[in-house]
Design a protein around this ligand. Structure first.
Ligand code: F3S
Length: 398
């Protein structure tokens, strides 16, 4: 890969051990993928997890004096102050200590502590054709497919390194010719609610595994939360960084545009049967629900409003805990709008800055849970689990 004199100096440690480690990682990735050069990026999103692998790298950067060069937002980890009120965080000393240190190192290197897994809606919004480095399951496909910015499917570490250097190796989805469709997905169902988009993503992600699907037959332009669900789930059981919906998403006016001369390697047909079977595969529980978690990915303001409407004036059943995860930005607006009051007066709790894949939920492992998120079900926060729409989750909790 072509490197400038400044790159060589950075690799020799002239600007500190932190920047050196960040560039070493990016150059290794670039060499592995035959990138010819590095390109500047405008922004990054590190899917910080607050777990060992995350701590390992951010600690090297922080102790080596690195600072983020471009806006670099962070994923949810855990809201310590909040959870200390409900559970004894000291019961999980090792995991809590790793998460605590990780958060502090991110602050030290100048990352934006947005702690949201949908930063592309509020805290860190790329522009069309902007080169960025975004990790996180829903973020990568959303940024590529819906916004039309260019990012590879980054890890926490490569996104963070790119944020520190302000550049990324030029390969993969940074090159137009690699953004063409590779598989055709014929949707032959009405996709009647946002939850069905999650099931569609789960089914397609699992079946294809990788590549760039082109969806035809999606009945109308998806809403923002439908896009988020589709993006998140294509990229959990699969590794799908981008898709096209001809006539809808920004880079494909027609099916021919979407494929750009590629012949589809595979064709999938998705009917209600595939989606119903996908739901059944994810469910392991029957009987009454003891805990509900919504907001994986974090709920946006529209979803908070919808949930507030469903819970207003109702009471969650005794013995059932009900949590909704969102970002601090969304919660602030939801408070001002009255949504948080309506939700919390029912007995449900709104929590910010927190990922469902964290130790603070370990106390739910013996409970029968319910969620509207296949991703949450996948991470097995509960014992047995049911999945369903937001409305079904609320109904089960009342
Ligand atoms: Fe967000 Fe964590 Fe779920 S990052 S999408 S809450 S697994």
């Amino acid at each position: 890969m072509h490197l400038t004199r400044e790159h060589e100096q950075t690799l020799n440690g002239a600007f500190g051990a932190g920047k050196q480690a960040a560039l070493e990682l990016l150059v290794a990735i670039g060499d592995a993928f035959d990138a010819e050069n590095m390109i500047p990026i405008k922004r990054a999103h590190a899917a910080s997890s607050g777990q060992e692998g995350d701590l390992y790298f951010v600690e090297i950067l922080a102790k080596g004096g690195a600072q983020c060069k471009v806006v670099t937002t962070t994923n949810p980890i855990v809201d310590f102050d909040y959870f200390q009120k409900y559970i004894n965080i000291a019961d999980e000393p090792e995991e809590a200590s790793v998460a605590w240190k990780t958060k502090n190192y991110y602050k030290q290197i100048g990352a934006v502590m947005s702690q949201s897994c949908i930063p592309y809606l509020a805290e860190n919004i790329p522009e069309y054709e902007e080169h960025v480095a975004f990790s996180e399951s829903s973020a990568t496909p959303y940024v590529n497919s819906v916004i039309g910015a260019y990012t590879n499917r980054e890890s926490i570490q490569t996104a963070l390194a790119a944020g520190v250097i302000g550049e990324t190796p030029n390969f993969g989805l940074h090159l137009k010719e690699n953004r063409r469709g590779t598989a055709l997905v014929k949707v032959e169902t009405g996709l009647k609610d946002s939850f069905r988009y999650s099931l569609l993503g789960q089914y397609v992600g699992k079946k294809l595994g990788s590549g760039i699907p082109v969806f035809i037959g999606i009945p109308k332009r998806p809403t923002i939360d439908q896009y988020i669900n589709l993006c998140a789930m294509t990229n959990v059981p699969g590794a799908i960084p981008m898709f096209h919906i001809p006539g809808v998403t920004i880079e494909a006016k027609t099916e021919a545009d979407a494929f750009g001369g590629n012949v589809p390697r595979e064709t999938l047909i998705v009917t209600d049967r595939e989606l119903d079977e996908t739901r059944e595969e994810l469910q392991t529980a029957t009987g009454p629900v003891e805990a509900v978690i919504l907001g994986c990915p974090h709920y946006n303001l529209d979803q908070m409003g919808e949930l507030a409407g469903l819970l207003k004036g109702k009471k969650i059943k005794d013995g059932v805990t009900f949590w909704v995860n969102t970002s601090a930005t969304t919660k602030l607006l939801a408070e001002r709008t009255g949504y948080v009051a309506a939700i919390e007066e029912s007995g449900a709790r709104v929590v910010t800055d927190t990922c469902i894949d964290m130790f603070c939920w370990n106390n739910l492992r013996s409970k029968t849970g319910m969620t509207d998120s296949p991703k949450c079900a996948y991470y097995r926060r509960f014992g047995p689990v049911k999945i369903g729409t937001m409305q079904e989750c609320v109904a089960a909790s009342l």
